[in-house]
Design a protein around this ligand. Structure first.
Ligand SMILES: NC(=O)CC[C@H](N)C(=O)O
Length: 221
């Protein structure tokens, strides 16, 4: 699937995402937010980083760009949209995904390996339901919140858990509602998650040689 990896000023994870996508055999390239042509792609990834310096709130300035209008249209047309970390923040700031990403409860930047349980099917989690993935997080504003608990349950795609998939508050690194680490829209074609699959795609740079990130990225093949 022809996939664009969008680069905003302050995006830092574009090269890592591209490398992981190529490892997953996904036809992909990095595209500047200034010259993005949505008609050329079937899928788009908004990678992590600090777009526009995270000024105001993480993701809020990128959310108001023309590029995000184009990505909203792609989402509405059923194309695949994936936001990773800052990309997830941009998707909620632009209203393409519901809810908000608030500062972590401890008001600190948290960088650690976590386990997340896949709690529903979506375009990228077909066949991975109930599996536990080991992925790293690295963020200051990752506390998922939405004002309606029932809606949160429906949106939840990944929940912080232990390695066996027990979703308990003690495994919640940032205070997210219902331990939510990622969500998808109802159709399952728009996905946002705080953990970084691209950082769990190479044995050499992963913890315990895990390549769980590839399980998700291969869905874009
Ligand atoms: N890893 C990322 O994408 C970065 C972090 C994000 N902008 C934050 O600190 O919340």
């Amino acid at each position: 699937m022809k996939t664009a990896v969008i680069k905003f000023p302050g995006t830092t994870c574009d090269c890592d995402v591209l490398k992981a996508l190529r490892e997953a055999k996904v036809d992909s390239e990095i595209v500047s937010y200034k010259s993005f042509d949505p008609d050329k792609y079937e899928a788009v990834i908004i990678p992590g980083g600090f777009s526009f310096g995270d000024y105001l709130r993480a993701g809020s300035i990128a959310a108001s760009t023309e590029t995000m209008k184009k990505i909203k249209e792609m989402a509405n047309n059923g194309k695949i949209v994936l936001g990773i970390c800052n990309g997830f923040q941009i998707l909620v700031e632009s209203g393409i995904l519901k809810g908000a990403l608030l500062p972590n409860l401890n008001l600190r930047f948290i960088s650690k390996w976590v386990y997340v349980k896949v709690v529903k099917s979506s375009y990228l989690t077909k066949g991975l339901e109930n599996k536990v993935l080991r992925l790293p997080i690295a963020h200051a504003e990752g506390r998922y919140y939405i004002n309606d608990i029932e809606e949160a349950k429906n949106l939840a795609l990944f929940q912080y858990s232990d390695e066996k998939g027990n979703v308990l508050e003690k495994y919640n690194p940032n205070g997210s509602l219902l331990n939510i680490a990622g969500i998808s829209n109802e159709e399952g074609n728009v996905i946002g998650l705080m953990p970084h699959p691209e950082r769990a795609s190479f044995k050499e740079t992963s913890i315990d040689s895990t390549t769980d990130g590839l399980l998700l990225l291969r869905g874009l093949k």
